[in-house]
Design a protein around this ligand. Sequence first.
Ligand code: PLP
Length: 367
Amino acid sequence: MSVIYLDNQATTPLAPEALEAMLPWLKNNFGNPHSSHVMGRQAAAAVEVARDQVAALLPPGGRVIFTGSATEAINLAMGAARNRQGRDQIAIIDTEHAAVRDTALWYGTQGFDTKLLPVDPQGLVKMEDLEACFGPKTALVGAMLVNNEIGVIQPVEQITERAHRAGALMLCDAVQGFGRIDIPQQADLIALSGHKIYGPKGIGALWVRNGIDIPPLIHGGGQEQGIRSGTLSPALSAGLGAAATICAKRREEDMHHVANLAETAHGLFGAWTVNGSLNHRYPGNLNIRRDGLDVGRLMSDVRGVAFSAGSACASGSGRPSHVLAALGLEPAQIKSSIRLGFGRYNTIEEVERAAHLINEAAGEQLS
Ligand code: PLP
């Protein structure tokens, strides 16, 4: 049975261009990029090309550190809080991905004071509360660009301005926005992931503004600029680099395409309620609920469509969604929510067919 894939926030298919870029480093040159012979130097050159391709989408005045995932990049970035003398507070938006939220909460067990910044019922951070939250003790502020569950775009530039006014570092989890929407140019630390931009899984990157000191998280040979030990994968790096380049080239086309898909979906899911802001959102994400629905049952009834249960979107953890709870949704509403993620390779026909299957099964269940 062929499955209609509408879960592009969980992961994206590999772009053919990314696969092409990876193949030579899997098939022909298997050299270690840290070796000094010719095969190693060629592999190292491929890694550097990829680094430049990723950096081209990021602000000037910083460096790209390759990691195994965005989760690793975020953990690495948050270590910067340790080097802020006299500052022991970390403030993040309550609806951050678990990679940021759980790491910040863990810092809360390590002598840091972790603050969760509240959001309004639309999922947008309450700007009026920020001034009171940031102060001389704030070491690091974390704000995501696009929320993975509800697609809401946070005003990261404005949060950054306030964080900097308080002397704090700004970390932006740009995983769901990188290659799609503008990157906040004033952030100090920016995390991204290969598999959300039609690149390979198993690679992410952290962009670090020049002058910011990051303590290593993984110790060893010091391969990645002394900060991240472990042999780099030229194939994964090349795949990420190519995926970033294609995203930049196709940015308008991709955006236009997912907006069209979303518009079609909005029309077809008229009986459902959208979770999160309708105005400040990335259109490729549609998180909707239909009161009274048992989404677990819906998912087993609609096997021909790959989509997420809104309540289980907390990064695949199976935990109830802290994001939907932060919007003020009741547990029953959270349990009746689904997330559809549209991407570059979806068609209008797929969205129509998926909507038909989901609506039919939901209708049967509720009748
Ligand atoms: N941040 C956001 C917003 C995400 O959506 C994800 C993945 O779901 C991550 C971080 C973690 O990315 P990775 O899978 O590369 O660790």
